[in-house]
Design a protein around this ligand. Structure first.
Ligand code: ZN
Length: 230
């Protein structure tokens, strides 16, 4: 059974020879690196990397209406990995097997109608996503669910161990990283680099509840970002 056939039945597993993101391609020099390599940037030139899914064009063989039905069908399934952002598994990162996905309730936050005052001011009826209802009260949970699911996959494959996840953040990102990393203990610990006197205790409190290690640096956030990339 091929990948696309399985999708219609809930994407219970992904065969390695069909639904794989084959490599990271550098947008600078064009060099490709195996997806199993845990790289932050291109080791040759330092540019960022682009995920290449060689099977992506195969998804076009399924009409859009069918994809809608597949996504709606998955909402009824009792498969945690398909309840969050990975309900759209084939479009987000099919390299990650469903049993590696860390799902904490992120995604599918309420779509709330704007009140009449706002609608009149804008001149049209509109809605907004209440992403404050994500697990760490931030939209950052969507990206962090993806990042930590990938790390989980590498851990399960025995490709990495004793991981220290470092981020430079003044609030939301560190809280989200700490929360998702806490679910992969003892294999992974998380730390955040902070610009000194630029973060309030309230901003940090949520991350600390998830065993976040904190390092306050005298420099500004940009320096923290640079140091994290090293
Ligand atoms: Zn490069």
């Amino acid at each position: 059974m091929g990948c696309l056939e399985r999708c219609q039945f809930g994407a219970l597993s992904i065969p390695e020879d069909v639904c794989v993101v084959d490599s990271d391609r550098c947008i600078g020099c064009g060099n490709e690196h195996p997806i199993e390599s845990l790289l932050y940037t291109c080791p040759q030139c330092g540019h960022v990397l682009l995920l290449i899914d060689r099977a992506f064009d195969d998804l076009k063989s399924i009409p859009g209406e069918m994809w809608h039905k597949i996504f709606d069908y998955r909402r009824m399934l009792n498969i945690p990995a398909l309840k969050g952002i990975y309900r759209y598994h084939e479009f987000l990162g099919s390299v990650i097997p469903l049993d590696s996905i860390v799902y904490l309730g992120e995604g599918h936050t309420p779509l709330v109608e704007a009140n009449s005052t706002l609608s009149q001011r804008v001149g049209i009826k509109f809605y907004y996503k209440n992403d404050g209802q994500n697990p760490s009260a931030s939209f950052k949970d969507r990206g962090m669910a993806s990042a930590l699911s990938y790390i989980h996959f590498l851990i399960q494959q025995g490709l990495v161990s004793d991981v220290l996840a470092i981020c430079a953040s003044t609030g939301d990102t560190s809280a989200a990283a700490a929360l998702y990393a806490a679910y992969l203990q003892p294999h992974i610990k998380s730390a955040v680099l902070l610009p000194h006197k630029k973060v309030t205790p309230q901003q940090l409190s949520q991350g600390c509840l998830s065993h976040l290690l904190t390092y306050r640096l005298l420099q500004q956030l940009l320096y923290c970002l640079w140091l994290t990339a090293r």
